[in-house]
Ligand binder design. Structure first.
Ligand code: NAP
Ligand code: ZN
Ligand code: ZN
Length: 352
């Protein structure tokens, strides 16, 4: 077993603290990766605090991982020692169900093995995430990082990137469409960049007037302050598509009311109850849809990274030392992030 240093929470209220654990020895299909950077997704906060129930401890969070391949198993073909690899939210899936056959491993009928807070199928060993110095992963659950991308700013693409890219692609967002991105955080800022690169007219819909300038810098064509009813009304029913990244339950009705005929709002945040309820009238009028989307499959994750290399897209990051991770969690909770925290794992290595 590989002794690994990381940071873990021990229960739903304890802070992240140094933790030593074991990873499996690399097998023939595995990559052994030295982790260089790991992004901090709002999901990490939800999972550490058991917001969605089902959290198991100790928990090493982190699923926006960029690292350098240190060793490869005998049957590895795609990556070689020295390459940069990305690992996102999944490390395995059943490979036999319809979803897996359709390159949609995130919807695996057996349930994918998540990068952390999950268990390996065979060994039933717990999985531990990227707030750590190394990881062992099958190469089919790693993506090749294009050499032109800035590594620290690429880490968030492995979750925030693919989670916004996938629904924009699935609902065929593009030229001639008015698209709203709701919530300017880690996911939202990637949503702006992708929707813009795909050719849409992009409106950033935010509760934070102070973020308006940034939204325009990030590529939005317009900013709409959702707490201003007159501003909301001024957009009428003009949106083809909305991508909703708000992390908590909230009132969907005012947002759905912005959609035009046959428009769709896709939920990627808010996994819990939505209150007050969505009224039937909100979707019946205008034949509107409310849908959901989870990350993206491995093939699409690679396509997203290649799209980023082609369009010079990366995340806007604030790099931190792992010793400051609890402060970063506090700031994330207070909506004070511009627009993704990324842990530089050199700060972990220097301490042992
Ligand atoms: P984040 O960085 O904290 O950004 C969320 C943004 O939502 C905030 O910056 C804020 O933007 C807005 N917001 C926060 N609280 C709000 C409230 N009560 N009402 C209205 N707006 C609010 O979070 P993130 O990392 O982007 O993650 C967003 C959500 O997506 C989380 O719940 C996360 O777990 C989930 N997620 C889902 C998937 C998936 O596969 N579906 C993948 C990754 C993450 P403004 O200041 O602009 O309003
Ligand atoms: Zn995430
Ligand atoms: Zn499957």
């Amino acid at each position: 077993m590989l002794q690994t240093h990381g940071y873990a929470v021990q229960d739903a209220s304890s802070p992240l603290a140094p933790f030593v654990f074991s990873r499996r020895e690399p097998g023939p299909h595995d990559l052994h990766i030295d982790i260089l950077y790991c992004g901090i997704c709002h999901t990490d906060l939800h999972q550490c605090r058991n917001d969605w129930a089902g959290s198991t401890y100790p928990m090493v969070p982190g699923h926006e991982i960029i690292g350098r391949v240190k060793a490869v198993g005998a049957h590895v073909t795609k990556l070689k020692v020295g390459d940069f690899a990305g690992v996102g939210c999944m490390v395995d899936s059943c490979r036999q169900c319809a979803a897996c056959h359709a390159d949609l491993e995130q919807y695996c009928e057996k349930g994918p093995v998540w990068t952390y807070n999950s268990r390996e199928y065979q060994s039933q060993e717990p999985t531990y995430g990227g707030y750590s110095e190394q990881i062992v992963v099958e190469e089919r659950f790693a993506a090749k990082v294009p050499s032109t991308l800035d590594l620290k700013a690429t880490a968030p693409l492995l979750c925030a990137g693919i989670t916004t890219y996938s629904p924009l692609r699935h609902w065929k967002v593009g030229k001639g469409q008015k698209v709203g991105i709701i919530g300017l955080g880690g996911l939202g800022h990637m949503g702006i960049k992708f929707a813009k690169a795909m050719g849409a007219h992009v409106v950033m819909i935010t509760t934070s007037p102070a973020k308006a300038k940034d939204a325009l810098r990030l590529g939005a064509d317009q900013v709409l302050i959702s707490r201003d009813p007159a501003a909301m009304a001024s957009h009428g029913t003009s949106f083809h598509f909305l991508l909703n990244t708000i992390p908590n339950g909230h009132d969907l009705n005012p947002y759905v009311g912005l959609l035009k005929l046959d428009g769709t709002m896709v939920m990627v945040g808010a996994l819990t109850a939505l209150t007050p309820p969505l009224t039937g009238a909100s979707i019946i009028h205008g034949r509107r849809s409310v849908a959901g989307s989870a990350i993206g499959g491995m093939a699409e994750t690679q396509a997203m990274l290649d799209f980023c290399a082609q369009h010079h897209i990366v995340s806007d990051v604030e790099v931190i030392a792992i010793q400051d991770v609890n402060k970063a969690f506090d700031r994330l909770l207070k909506n004070d992030v511009h627009y993704r925290f990324v842990i530089d794992m050199a700060s972990l290595r220097s301490k042992h």
